[in-house]
Design a binder for this molecule. Structure first.
Ligand SMILES: O=c1ccn([C@@H]2O[C@H](COP(=O)(O)O)[C@@H](O)[C@H]2O)c(=O)[nH]1
Length: 236
């Protein structure tokens, strides 16, 4: 979807990083109409969350399956075919050429969009070097974005710190989805490349992924409403 076509309300994606389906359902009920887009990652997916993804999609919510697939091409392709049946909007894969190519081919004809994770938002240059990479974060993000674009990937996951540079590279052809969002004063936790919701939108992010600042708030609905208001203001 082109950025201009994305409803303001759909730009907030709440990460349901919760221990089980009943906790996730309780959170969804508390958030009510404040949130229209949910992300299901490792914790919930491995605790029975994939049928919930299907149920959410059927009920009219949008769903992002964040499994960050990375395997031999055939295995990635078969996994993508299974996820495509759940009715989700987004699925993540790591931004390796074989993996992205297999995922893009396997999602053809379905409504599923593939997002390539460039460099995790918990990594800084030192973490990349410790993992054996010679490039710094911004160079690796940009190199992977270029490969993803050539391979027909639908969108990129990066920190909002890279959003402006990525927009210049990929234009508006690819969705920019940014975790590492922290409202002013929120705990950083293990995230290293962060921005506030307003700054992320101003930098060109299409979607903001927010987990703990909403789900661990004393009042999750109020926290989500405050982020929605910040997004709207930044778009105005
Ligand atoms: O680079 C990445 C890719 C994915 N994530 C996921 O986003 C949420 C962020 O949660 P917070 O609680 O707001 O930190 C989480 O599910 C991650 O797995 C990411 O943070 N960075």
């Amino acid at each position: 979807m082109q950025p201009a076509d994305i409803a303001a309300k759909d730009r907030l994606i709440v990460a349901l990083d919760l221990p089980g389906v009943s906790e996730a359902e309780a959170m969804i009920a508390r958030l009510g109409v404040s949130v229209s887009f949910y992300k299901i990652g490792y914790q919930l997916a491995y605790a029975g969350g994939l049928p919930l993804a299907q149920q959410l999609a059927k009920s009219g919510k949008k769903v992002f399956i964040d499994l960050k697939l990375h395997d031999i091409g055939n295995t990635v392709a078969r996994g993508v075919e299974s996820v495509a049946k759940l009715g989700a909007t987004f699925l993540t894969v790591h931004a390796y050429p074989q993996t992205m190519k297999a995922a893009v081919e396997a999602r053809a004809g379905s409504g599923l969009k593939i997002l390539a994770v460039t460099v995790l938002t918990s990594y800084d240059d030192g973490d990349l070097h410790a993992a054996g990479y010679r490039l710094n974060v911004s160079d690796l993000v940009e190199a992977r974005a270029q490969q993803a674009q050539v391979l027909g990937v639908d969108g990129l996951v990066s920190s909002p710190e890279e959003a402006a540079a990525l927009r210049k590279i990929v234009g508006h052809q690819m969705n920019l989805v940014t975790p590492g969002i922290r409202p002013a004063g929120a705990a950083t936790g293990d995230q290293k490349r962060i921005m506030t919701p307003a700054r992320a939108i101003a930098a060109g992010a299409d979607y903001l992924v927010v987990g703990r600042p909403v789900t661990e708030a004393a009042d999750p609905k109020a926290a989500a409403d405050a982020i929605q208001a910040e997004i709207k203001q930044a778009l105005a």
